[in-house]
Design a protein around this ligand. Structure first.
Ligand code: B12
Length: 222
């Protein structure tokens, strides 16, 4: 089977919620030297199809829960290989969390893992994080960047409130920290609505962006 067929097999079986087939396929694929990032990408596409089926009422919410659980198990298999294959010595501290009202954390956790693989320090506040919690932790930790994750359309309002609260803070150590947002459907328009400086809808791209932002700020002395 070639790589494209392996990808299709994973996407289709995740979309069908075939837990055992998915897990044994991922084990075989990894054993054959499969790229962990390609495997994560295929599993993500399978999840997207599950979301579509939920929207079209072919699946109930239990289908999305099951898909989330299968994805978590896939990550358990993939993560050790990923950690070995990626290594970096970036320095920088990222404050991360899924914003208030949103409990989706699969993408956030992938972003967290990839950041740590590249050497960043990450403080992950979890899910459904209130705006003032981000601001309090930012004051305490003074991270280089604040990263907000969200999958729901309503999470854009929480992102906006979080950014506004930080900007209104009297301490320049808090009001000057740049924001990066990410999650399924964020784009340049959402970024501008939220008032964040940066956005990424792909975790690996987000990591490269963080590298660039932090090194530019360090070079600029801020
Ligand atoms: C699994 C899932 C769930 C699980 C979540 C489990 C978990 N632990 O996360 C459960 C069952 C709990 C769930 C609940 C709900 N869900 Co849901 N869910 C999904 C599903 C199928 C997959 C989401 C996912 O994990 N994708 C895979 C990850 C890897 O992708 P990702 O998050 O985009 O992350 C990638 C990048 O975006 C990036 N990234 C992520 N965060 C960040 C942050 C930064 C800073 C950066 C740089 C990058 C980055 O890194 C990742 C890798 O590249 C999606 C469908 C879809 N289209 O994805 C629906 C979906 C998001 N859910 C939806 C809905 C409606 C709900 C519910 C409201 C359903 C309900 N009636 O209760 C609830 C909301 C609960 C809440 N308050 O949050 C809708 C949202 C519609 C909308 N536009 O608002 C979707 C799109 C389904 C649909 N098509 O209708 N859901």
């Amino acid at each position: 089977m070639n790589e494209a067929d392996k990808r299709t097999l994973l996407i289709d079986n995740l979309a069908e919620l075939e837990e055992n087939i998915v897990l044994s396929h991922v084990k075989d694929w990894l054993a054959a030297g499969g790229d962990p990032l390609v495997i994560i990408g295929a599993a993500q596409e399978g999840l997207r199809l599950v979301g579509e089926r939920y929207e079209q009422r072919q699946y109930y919410i239990s289908g999305m829960m099951m898909a989330g659980e299968i994805f978590r198990e896939v990550m358990e298999l993939v993560e050790p290989v990923l950690v070995k294959s990626l290594s970096g010595t970036e320095s920088g501290h990222i404050l991360l969390g899924t914003v208030q009202g949103d409990i989706h954390d699969i993408g956030k956790n992938i972003f967290n893992t990839l950041l740590r693989c590249h050497g960043f320090t990450v403080t992950d506040l979890g899910v459904d994080v209130q705006p003032n919690r981000f601001v309090e932790e930012a004051l305490l930790l003074q991270p280089d960047l604040i990263a907000l994750s969200g999958m729901l359309t309503i999470s854009y309002d929480s992102m906006k409130t979080t950014v506004q609260l930080a900007r209104q803070h009297e301490d320049p150590k808090v009001n000057g920290i740049p924001f990066i947002i990410g999650g399924g459907t964020v784009n340049a328009m959402v970024c501008s609505f939220v008032g964040a400086e940066y956005w990424a809808s792909d975790a690996m791209f987000g990591v490269h962006l963080c590298k660039q932002i932090i090194s530019e700020r360090k070079a600029g002395g801020s």
